[in-house]
Write a protein that binds this ligand. Structure first.
Ligand SMILES: [Fe+2]
Length: 286
């Protein structure tokens, strides 16, 4: 039994909406994971199916990795084969603030969201650009970064009689360029406001800008990106919020071939490792 209450990552995730786990993977594991990402970047299926196929990236199947997730997220973990690989050249644009929730109409100020994104950035973003920017404790806030988003919330309140607490409307401006390095793991809540591919200033390199100014300022203001290899996974705890999330993902038109590939390859899924760590695997038998 893992006691999440005594785990500082659990506390940090609950309080700040994200946590940075330092130096989890060894140098050999980092090299192996980078090779794994490069080799499988075009495979449109869950990473564990590619891990079995290529025998690379096996540290993500280790009890040590699963135990860390359980200590940080909770005991009743569920995996829906929802993951992604990213290589630098796949997407070059500076992101804008968004959240990863789907089908979530609850008040973030008073309810929990039980879907998290695990990001394994396999290079230095402490000294270079290209990492993830988050807004501290924003998982308790509504994202009202555009007129459209504000309008959508207004519709939910007026038409669907949804209720949101006053504090969920109070914005936070505490931006963090997460200083991750190769070997680290970043976990953030689906509701945490975040933006991809931050730009690190050459002067005052720890000063964090809003993505709007990162897009506005000339390139030479910023330190260049490192070649960017990232592994993303979605992990859930059995809960209404994760049920709604995954129902949306399963029915998303643009992901239909991803789920089809997962289903047809499901016999190769390393179920034993998940069972041995008491992690439920769901969704593929539908
Ligand atoms: Fe995101």
């Amino acid at each position: 039994m893992h006691d999440t209450k005594e785990n500082s990552f659990y506390e940090k995730l609950k309080l700040d909406g994200y946590c940075l786990i330092k130096n989890f993977f060894s140098k050999d594991e980092i090299d192996d994971l980078r090779f794994f990402v490069q080799k499988n970047r075009d495979k449109n299926k869950d990473i564990y199916l590619s891990i079995i196929e290529t025998k690379k990236g096996k540290c993500l199947l280790s009890k040590r990795y699963f135990d860390l997730l359980k200590r940080t997220l909770g005991e009743n973990l569920v995996y829906y084969l929802d993951s992604d690989l990213l290589v630098d050249t796949d997407k070059k644009t500076i992101g804008s603030f968004h959240i990863d929730t789907r089908n979530d109409d609850e008040d973030p100020g008073t309810s929990d969201y039980k879907v998290w994104r695990v990001g394994i950035y396999l290079q230095d973003h402490k000294n270079y650009s290209g990492g993830i920017k988050i807004i501290l404790s924003s998982h308790k806030k509504l994202l009202l970064s555009s007129f459209k988003k504000f309008f959508n919330i207004l519709i939910k309140i007026l038409k669907y009689k949804k209720k949101y607490s006053f504090k969920s409307f109070l914005p936070s401006f505490n931006f963090v360029n997460v200083p991750s390095e190769a070997g680290d793991i970043i976990i953030w809540n689906g509701r945490t406001h975040h933006s991809g591919r931050f730009q690190r200033l050459k002067v005052f390199k720890n000063f964090v800008l809003h993505p709007f100014f990162e897009r506005l300022f000339p390139k030479f203001f910023f330190i260049e990106d490192k070649e960017r290899f990232v592994i993303f996974q979605n992990w859930c705890i059995a809960h209404n919020s994760s049920k709604n999330y995954i129902e949306y993902r399963f029915s998303e038109a643009k992901s239909s071939s991803y789920w089809k590939n997962n289903k047809s390859d499901f016999n190769n899924f390393p179920m034993n490792e998940f069972i041995n760590s008491s992690i439920k695997v769901k969704g593929m038998n539908k």
